[in-house]
Design a protein around this ligand. Structure first.
Ligand code: SAM
Ligand code: SF4
Ligand code: SF4
Length: 336
């Protein structure tokens, strides 16, 4: 089995299909303009599918399409249809802001997608507009219910919680998800990228999120799915489903991190907080064989030493963590 220097296997690949997005969430991509990747540098669906098959050969069981906003990539359902049948693949997922989901849900389902994550940080339309800078909550909810009607299941709702912004919206989101059969996943606000001006004062720790929910909807901890999932899951004591919390900052899970990322322009990135990736695209476009690409990927994974969130927590505890000193790849390029 292929493992890295901490004996972590390679099991999960997040594929960014575009760095572009029609939202400008303040915690992710707050600037109006970025140095967008030139269209010619973006991997084609055929290139992505080829690389995905090689990753599955190397041990990957789960693929997640992300971005940027994956649904702004034209005909992304065609890519879904190419990836879904890959032999050995156990799960194919997609994370979206939901804005184009009403038009796309049925085609994604028909292409072989089974499950989906939709990001919704608040159910207050005006706050939603402020947080995403461009988003229309009504359109996103329409997409969410279109996904449900198309039979996508499970449907998870991702919400990043930022202190003083939407920490008062946690219970509304939980009640909404329980009522409609969705699963809420709260995400601690992270210092991804370089532009969101993250400080630890904006962070609402997992412990506090869980306490807020537990007071209103008593919870029982279930743990991490397969022992390695980013989210810690909780069950509602009344049988009303589950809720998960991703605590990348306060309870890092680097010791079990089995995730790699493929950027839209074909770079392999081994950590969400990496400052650079490894160029697969040039190798693909200069005629490398599948075996050569496999060896390249395997070599990178074998030498992987990443444990950024664990190191950040150690630094935060000794009060010498400054997010600005570490230049990272923007999340939109990486795929969150
Ligand atoms: N555009 C899609 C979306 O918003 O779902 C997919 C890409 S987005 C980068 C993937 C996930 O990362 C979203 O759920 C988003 O909320 C989350 N995210 C973005 N910036 C974050 C941050 N600073 N801290 C924690 N999560 C973040
Ligand atoms: Fe776009 Fe998703 Fe980032 Fe929001 S979180 S700016 S929707 S990529
Ligand atoms: Fe994995 Fe890097 Fe996140 Fe740690 S910080 S869990 S190594 S992606």
């Amino acid at each position: 089995m292929l493992t890295d220097t901490y004996k972590r296997p390679l099991r999960d690949l997040r594929i960014s299909v575009t760095d572009r997005c029609n939202f400008r969430c303040t915690y992710c991509m707050p600037l109006d303009e970025y140095d967008w990747i030139d269209k010619r540098e973006i991997l084609s669906f055929e290139e992505i599918a080829r690389v995905a098959r090689i990753f599955v050969r190397a041990g990957v069981e789960k693929l997640r399409l992300t971005g940027g906003e994956p649904l702004v990539r034209t005909n992304v359902e065609r890519l879904v249809a190419e990836l879904a049948p890959i032999e050995g693949l156990k799960e194919l997922c997609l994370t979206t802001n939901g804005s184009l989901l009403a038009e796309k849900a049925a085609a994604l389902k028909a292409g072989g997608l089974k499950r989906i994550n939709v990001s919704i940080d608040t159910l207050d339309a005006e706050k939603f507009r402020r947080m995403t800078k461009r988003g229309d909550l009504g359109k996103v909810l329409e997409g969410l219910f279109a996904a449900k009607n198309a039979g996508l299941d499970p449907i998870k709702i991702n919400a990043v919680i930022e202190r003083g912004v939407n920490d008062g919206d946690i219970l509304d989101l939980v009640a909404f998800a329980r009522e409609h059969g969705f699963t809420m996943r709260f995400i601690e606000y992270m210092d991804v990228g370089n532009a969101n001006g993250w400080t630890s004062t904006k962070l609402v720790p997992k412990k506090e999120i869980v306490e807020i929910i537990h007071r209103r909807f008593p919870l029982k901890e279930v743990g991490r799915s397969q022992g390695s999932a980013p989210a810690v899951d909780y069950e509602f004591a009344d049988g009303g489903g589950r809720v998960g919390v991703v605590a990348s900052v306060t309870e890092p899970f680097c010791s079990t991190c089995n995730r790699a990322r493929l950027t839209a322009d074909g770079k392999l990135v081994t950590c969400l907080f990496s400052s650079a990736g490894h160029d697969l695209k040039t190798r693909i476009r200069s005629g490398a064989s599948d075996d050569e690409l496999f060896d390249f990927i395997a070599g990178i994974w074998r030498s992987r030493t990443d444990r950024y969130s664990a190191e950040r927590l150690e630094a935060m505890r000794s009060s010498n963590y400054d997010p600005k000193t570490h230049k990272k790849i923007e999340m939109i390029t990486l795929g969150g």
